[in-house]
Design a protein around this ligand. Structure first.
Ligand code: UD1
Ligand code: UDP
Length: 361
């Protein structure tokens, strides 16, 4: 039977593929759901599959912790075996992780079409592994689902050979679909020590693997005029332990560290907070959803989501402590009115993508 392979390897891929999986189900398009195992802790993988009521993956690779190259190679090998057996019509990948590149390359080597959801983002920051992954994936994809006109323009500038469709970002669909459920089910606010707070996340390799930047972040959080609720990514936790900083951060009365939380809890935290401070990609998009609508301080040197900056939601504050603190101050003083529309679409991206996938059957 003809099938589409839907690939997810990390937390954000599960969240952003969830609306696509549901749209495929609604349209009765047969698919095989593959989890690449790049993220493997319960609270970085299975938790999301359960909470978002997704079908269990048909195939789950076991990728032992490895260097980025070995991780990519192992996923490619696993994928190659699967492609030999299933010969799908299309391999659908989402985003810019090592899982995405590995699955896309494996499909390309087997002469199988790749569909890239969230194609065309560019940070122009070549320190980022994600920038390489997304560029390479875009250039082996036959179907490029660009979230915005700017992403489409980036792809056209690079003369990609695949066909480009502007669809919006499926993360906006995910926020619309899950916030009402989150409001009913999440109990996370009962655990939060502060009435008013900023929500922070940080995990980018070029930030948290750099001790100076990691220290800047922790000091900025400790001195922030608004206390910080901080669900901590395992990569960052590992780096804080390695550098001996963890216990100091844990003791700060201005920071409440949480383990990585489930999607429903995270949505409720985004809804309740006054401000978001993050180096995440997906969170920059989610904060612009009309039902969330929060200012975002991007603790990075660049962003591949300039649409959030242009629309007035995001400020790229850099990675220095003082720059971050002054961005927090200005966000709290200006309290500017934010747009009532997201630059990343209207929450119907997955349906648009599925309509295109349908034509391949
Ligand atoms: C990866 C992606 C990044 C994405 C992020 C989403 C790449 C190059 N990076 O970064 O683009 O934004 O996922 O969160 O693909 N770890 C655990 N448990 C887990 C997963 C990871 O302990 O379930 C720890 C391990 O020590 C691992 C480290 O985190 O070595 C980094 O994990 P990895 O998947 O390589 O990169 P992320 O930083 O998660
Ligand atoms: N997220 C979550 N729990 C957390 C932190 C993030 O559910 O503790 C969600 C968040 O809402 C977003 C996604 O995970 O949808 C972002 O993942 P991450 O920041 O790890 O990756 P990126 O988007 O930067 O690739």
């Amino acid at each position: 039977m003809k099938t589409v392979i839907v690939v997810a390897g990390t937390r954000p891929e599960i969240i952003k593929m969830a609306p696509v999986i549901r749209a495929l189900q609604r349209n009765k398009i047969p698919f095989t759901f593959v989890h690449c195992g790049q993220h493997y802790d319960y609270n970085m993988s299975q938790q999301f599959i359960e909470e978002l009521a997704l079908p269990p993956p048909d195939i789950a690779f076991k990728i032992k912790i490895a260097s980025p190259a070995a991780q990519t190679a192992r996923i490619m090998l696993n994928m190659a075996d699967l492609l030999k057996k299933t010969a799908p019509v299309l391999v659908l990948v989402e985003g810019d992780t090592n899982s995405v590149l590995a699955a896309a390359l494996a499909a390309n080597k087997h002469g199988i079409s790749v569909g890239h959801v969230e194609a065309g983002l560019r940070s122009f920051d070549l320190r980022m592994p994600e920038e390489h992954n997304r560029r390479l994936t875009d250039h082996v994809s036959e179907h490029l689902f660009a979230p915005t006109r700017r992403a489409e323009a980036n792809l056209k500038n690079e003369n990609v050979w695949g066909k480009i469709y502007v669809t919006g970002n499926t993360v906006i669909d995910a926020v619309h679909q899950h916030l009402p459920i989150a409001k009913k089910k999440s109990r996370i606010l009962e655990e939060i020590r502060f009435e008013r707070f900023a929500l922070a996340t940080a995990h980018r390799a070029e930030n948290v693997d750099n001790l100076l930047v990691l220290k800047n972040f922790m000091e900025a959080f400790a001195e922030s005029p608004l206390p910080i609720v901080y669900p901590m990514h395992p990569r960052t936790k590992k780096q804080l332990h390695k550098s001996g900083l963890y216990s100091k951060v844990k003791k700060s009365r201005n920071i409440q560290i949480l383990p990585p939380v489930g999607y429903l809890d995270f949505l409720v935290l985004m809804k309740k907070c006054e401000l978001i401070i993050t180096d995440s990609g997906g969170i920059q998009e989610e904060a612009t959803a009309p039902c969330i609508k929060k200012p975002i301080i991007v603790i990075r040197l660049s962003t591949e989501r300039p649409e959030a900056v242009e629309a007035g939601f995001a400020t790229v504050a850099g990675t220095e402590k003082n720059g971050i603190l002054s961005a927090i101050d200005s966000a709290l003083t200006s309290r500017k009115q934010l747009p009532s529309e997201s630059p990343f679409g209207d929450g119907k991206a997955a349906e648009k993508i599925t309509e295109i996938v349908k034509t391949l059957f």
